[in-house]
Design a protein. Structure first.
Length: 569
């Protein structure tokens, strides 16, 4: 692997790709975080870094990913090129190639890295590695190119690159190997290793709050100082989730990843700032979310359950998913419109029917017709809502058909007659001027719990006391009703979501290839299509991931998240 992959390799390992078993660290030894100076923005520790590297090197995911369209696109991204430049500067300062082989040589068992500057990528790395292994590394063998310094009675080696002003320092003391990009970071770490009492990272408030809120450390632990990270322009530029405003309410976060052959489990805790600690979701809504997830069929493609949605949110969810999915405001344009310069003609002879004295008719959103529906939800506040969607698993079908069902858990029993009347009032303007096609009838398959419109409009509902189910196909509604008597197994939560990657991968690729068929890039030197090429190749690389599930629980001072990635067995 060429040297430009090294930082990317480290980041991917941190994401947990690999297949090692759990290895517990020696509890009698101090945590490496004790030796990190103050001022860190991010801290990452592994119980067995060398083992994770070996797992990643031999994993099929690595081999497929570096050959995929997704990696090709990433390797041309601005972020990748900036990392590549930083790696080249580090190599120049160190006087040796900073490639994957060097990473393997200095990878010990228990290891940690602390990041102090995002833009300049200034870090301190500490690992427990035998002196014999350290002396065999290229870093130690090129020490004659470095100047010598001393801190706490320990000699360390320092080298500067005059062109980039980069610094590289390393030291060996006892069972520890240290590598840093700043002289003061190396000196501070050595002083704390020698028992110094100066202010370190563990004494800072963001660290103690985050670690105190977490449980046992996983195979990989990451702790973040969000009060310092979020305002950074580099974070705002490269944070892929693009939810900076939402992240601004948190002061710190901690995430623990535990791996085994069946699943990867990530436990996250996000701590709110004291000024933001006002969240109170209520026990009723949290219990409702757990109650609704028991209705999710085993073959569901994707589902999301949320607590305490407002009446307007419920109507909007119905509209966008089932009642009028083709309507809605267009995404805002971020590119200035192109000016079309003509030859001075203002019209043609065939355009005589176009009125120039009247504004063109604009299609209005159907939300204006949802007054009765809003009233129904206002009278019976929803404690939890579940939306799930699946594709038809029929490989012989030329099209990919997607169906949705939404379940609302009301505070009291639903008024079925009022619901049906409100739904008809909502859809009638787009279907008919009379009652043709908007009369309710019982399901033709004999299921008395389901009512459908008698026309071609695919709308079906079922009411079971406090449960209201609305779907665009009776089949998905029947599969949801089949689990009404099943007991809840999920804990009370603010939201629970899941994605069945194993069942939805093939339909996704089929659909996106059809959508990209007309405007396929595919030419020499052209980037691959985003969904069918870029994202599709990532999906194929991770085809061993069967499903993902995330459970979110909110409290006034923190939010906890549990993410599970199940592997194909």
């Amino acid at each position: 692997m060429n040297r430009s992959l090294t930082l990317l390799l480290i980041a991917t390992i941190c994401a947990g790709l690999g297949w090692s078993a759990y290895r517990a660290a020696d509890s009698s030894k101090p945590e490496l975080s004790r030796f990190i100076p103050a001022g860190a923005l991010l801290y990452l520790q592994s119980k067995d870094f060398s083992g994770m590297l070996a797992d990643w090197d031999k994993s099929p995911e690595k081999g497929e990913w570096v050959k995929s369209n997704n990696y090709e696109v990433f390797s041309r991204s601005r972020l990748f090129l900036r990392l590549k430049d930083a790696l080249a500067e580090f190599s120049s300062a160190a006087g040796l190639p900073a490639n994957s082989e060097l990473v393997r040589q200095i990878a010990g068992k228990e290891s940690a890295v602390a990041l102090f500057d995002i833009g300049k990528l200034q870090f301190l790395y500490i690992t427990r590695l035998s002196s014999a292994s350290s002396m065999q590394s290229q870093l130690w063998q090129t020490r004659s190119k470095f100047e010598t310094r001393s801190a706490a009675g320990v000699v360390f080696y320092l080298r500067r690159d005059p062109e980039s002003n980069r610094e590289v320092a390393f030291a060996m003391t006892g069972e520890y190997l240290l590598l840093a990009t700043r002289e003061d970071l190396m000196a501070g770490a050595l002083q704390m290793l020698a028992g110094g009492t100066e202010h370190g990272m563990e004494a800072e408030g963001w660290w103690s709050r985050a670690v105190g809120a977490a449980e046992t450390a996983g195979d990989l632990r990451m702790v973040l100082n969000l009060e310092k990270i979020v305002p950074s322009p580099y974070f705002r530029s490269y944070w892929i989730q693009r939810n900076i405003t939402e992240m601004a309410q948190y002061s710190a976060a901690i995430s623990d990843l535990t791996r085994d052959s069946k699943e990867y489990r990530e436990e996250r805790v996000l701590l709110r700032k004291e000024s933001e600690a006002k969240y109170d979701d209520g026990a009723t809504g949290a219990a409702g979310v757990a109650d609704l997830t028991r209705l999710v069929p085993a073959n569901a493609g994707v589902y999301v359950a949320k607590s305490n949605p407002k009446a307007e949110e419920c109507v909007k969810l119905l509209e966008t998913k089932i009642l009028a999915p083709h309507l809605g405001p267009a995404a805002p344009e971020k590119v200035a419109p192109q000016v079309q310069l003509g030859n001075g003609e203002t019209g043609v002879g065939s355009d005589l029917e176009t009125r120039i004295d009247q504004a063109s008719v604009q299609q209005t959103e159907s939300a204006q017709n949802g007054t009765l529906l809003k009233e129904v939800f206002a009278k019976n506040p929803v404690t939890a809502a579940l939306q799930l969607q699946s594709t038809d698993a029929n490989p012989q079908d030329a099209f990919v058909r997607m169906h949705s069902v939404i379940v609302f858990l009301g505070g009291s029993d639903w008024d079925e007659r009022a619901l049906k009347s409100a739904l008809v009032d909502f859809v009638r303007p787009g279907l008919t001027t009379g009652d043709l096609g908007v009369v309710w009838r019982k399901n033709s398959n004999g299921n008395s719990n389901i009512s459908e419109l008698d026309g071609l409009w695919p709308l079906a509902i079922a009411v079971r006391g406090k449960y209201l189910l609305v779907a665009d196909a009776h089949r998905i509604l029947e599969s949801t009703l089949a689990d009404m008597d099943r007991k809840a197994t999920d804990p009370p939560s603010t939201s629970i979501a899941g994605f069945n990657h194993q069942s939805e991968q093939s339909p996704f690729l089929k659909l996106t290839r059809m959508l990209n068929l007309e405007n396929s890039a595919g030419g020499a030197g052209q980037p691959p299509d985003f969904f069918s090429g870029n994202i599709g190749s990532l999906s194929q690389t991770l085809r061993a991931v069967a499903a993902e599930k995330i459970i979110v629980r909110d409290a006034a001072e923190k939010q906890t998240q549990t993410v599970r990635y199940a592997w194909v067995q």
